[in-house]
Design a protein around this ligand. Sequence first.
Ligand code: PXP
Length: 244
Amino acid sequence: MAKLGVNVDHVATLREARKTDYPDPFVAARTAVGLGVSCITVHLREDRRHIREQDVSRIRGIPSCRLNMELAADEDVVAFALKTRPEQVTIVPERREELTTEGGLDVAANPRLFSELAKRFQEKGITVSLFIDPEARQIEAAAKTGAEAVEINTAEYSETKTERDSLAALARVERAAKKARSLGLVVHAGHGLNYKNVGPVAAIEILEELNIGHSIVSQSVYDGFEEAVRTMMRLIESAGKKKG
Ligand code: PXP
């Protein structure tokens, strides 16, 4: 059954909007860990638009926090991650002008780059996950890099406007998850998941972790962060149980 990984980037986005020292992604992460989430995810972007090194280091120190660091193949950030040693890194593509990660990695076009990167992390005992679109050729390429896991991009599913498109996109995610699993990969999913659309994805039994950020931080404006995390955990759990 899928577990919730909480991405706290947008707590830092709110802080950076005014360059204050609040709200603090560390406090949000500590709260989520206290509620028993599967991991805390932070994306240290090349432009440091939200999360900064200091945030990652402080979150790293939270007892029993499994840290998943999202990062691009940027040498500065890679060096920092190798030094910080999170439990997992999720390698993502990154463009400066994008609002958020747009699309998965093209592993098929750059197999050597990702194999070498994966090896560097694995030598330090860090698990490697590659963020990819639900496409067979990307999954096959990801499996060949030696990475332990993939995160299937759910952006297309999340952005669909009709029931029919949503079901088709969901089927692509499920097919991709099954393929990845059959190649021995641990399978995660994420991007754009929210309180309305998470259920069908959480019901895909193969998925081990759903990484969710923006919708939880947004919901916390109404309900408080603790309640927003709890509600998402409940939704994921009940979708998993229904299926089982
Ligand atoms: N997974 C990956 C690889 C991402 O880049 C992001 C966005 O930072 C997420 C999951 C979380 O997406 P969202 O903020 O839309 O929940």
